[in-house]
Design a protein around this ligand. Structure first.
Ligand SMILES: [Zn+2]
Length: 371
């Protein structure tokens, strides 16, 4: 039986894979797809270990020769392929590989625009050409498979068209729409979903020593991603929230004050941190909007600590266009993720947030005209 204790949630996926494994109905190529930070890699690693485990019953057993080699990252039949530039140093590649094994929820690429190159797939095809030792399973994981070049994809396709015996591929991707259709049609698709607040709180209990209250506080904030939650665990959530409010205030100040604020932010915080502040702003706007509409969210909602600030904002800007504002913040987050210059993103966002103030709901506009 496969054991998935380390994988948080994803019960449907676990059940499906366990059954396929037990009934010996494994596909040659899987596509694990779904949002970032929900357990695709963690699942793929257990799956790989189970395939090379030599135990007869509980797989992976964690004790046999196969498991030991897997745990030492040295199993000859397990290959983890991940995007990196051609110029990447071997020591960097090794340290990323170590992170992949030890931190499957939070590993990140240190490179700006890495790809999976044709050389990588050629090397793999060469290795696979050698016969597997004594009928043992081989498994190849492709992390961020959508970052495979077209040439690399075509080379991989050749292998998938005539898969070597007992060889299993797992393509992992949070952007499967960027994969070639020919690859998509050759793989069995396994969908991973967002995690529940409870599952994220459980994940935080497993990976951190945070007190329970704070685990739930962060879990509510993590938008279904354990990766987000673990990143937030290292940050002060309340402080992010205050920074978000400060940003909104700045939007209503004059141009030189706004420019000064933007340059301070860009100097002080890296891209990742700025994204966190913007996500925090998104939450704050949603809370203020809900408060105005009179919608009470879950009763554990602790953010209403700053209920007064939310209320004051609504009193001062009764016609604030929350939906447009939230869309603008969302767009800005995406631009930061796509490496657009932070000072440009923040300047544009402040201007647009200010404009949301001038929006008047149709009925309010109508009232004014009548008066
Ligand atoms: Zn084993």
């Amino acid at each position: 039986m496969m054991t998935f204790e380390r994988v948080i949630g994803q019960e449907t996926v676990k059940r499906f894979l366990t059954q396929a494994f037990q009934q010996n109905r494994l596909a040659h190529c899987y596509l694990f797809f779904g949002p970032e930070g929900v357990g695709k890699l963690a699942t793929a690693l257990i799956f790989a270990q189970a395939l090379v485990c030599e135990s007869q019953d509980r797989r992976p057993c964690g004790a046999c020769r196969g498991c030991k080699m897997f745990q030492a990252r040295s199993h000859p039949n397990v290959k983890v392929i991940f995007p990196h530039p051609k110029s990447a140093k071997e020591t960097d590649i090794q340290s990323v590989l170590e992170e992949i094994y030890t931190q499957p929820y939070t590993w990140h690429s240190p490179w700006a625009a890495p790809t999976i190159s044709i050389d990588e797939v050629r090397g793999l095809r060469r290795d696979l050409g050698l016969s597997s030792r004594g009928g043992e399973s081989r498994v190849i994981l492709f992390l961020d498979a959508h970052l495979m070049t077209v040439e690399a994809t075509n080379a991989l396709l050749k292998t998938l068209e005539e898969p070597p015996e007992l060889t299993y591929f797992v393509l992992i991707s949070s952007a499967p729409d960027q994969l070639l259709p020919t690859i998509l049609s050759r793989s069995q698709h396994i969908r991973f979903s967002f995690l529940s607040i409870q599952e994220i709180a459980d994940g935080l209990a497993q990976w951190t020593d945070l007190p329970e209250e704070r685990r739930y506080q962060i879990a509510r904030f993590a938008q279904g991603s354990l990766r987000r939650a673990l990143a937030l665990a290292g940050e002060n959530v309340q402080q992010l929230r205050e920074q978000a409010v400060e940003m909104l205030r700045t939007a209503f100040r004059n141009a030189p004050q706004r420019a000064l604020w933007v340059s301070q932010q860009v100097q002080q915080y890296d891209r990742r941190m700025l994204i966190d502040v913007l996500e925090s702003l998104l939450h704050w706007l949603r809370d203020a909007h809900y408060l105005r509409l009179g919608i009470v969210r879950d009763e554990q909602q602790t953010w209403y600590e700053d209920r007064e600030t939310l209320q004051r904002f609504n009193e001062r800007f009764p016609d604030f266009d929350f939906e447009t504002a939230m869309t603008e913040v969302d767009v800005s987050i995406h631009m930061l993720q796509r490496y657009v210059q932070p000072n440009l993103v923040l300047s544009v966002l402040l201007n647009r947030l200010k404009r949301c103030e001038k929006h008047a709901a149709p009925e309010a506009a109508l009232r004014r005209m009548v008066v």
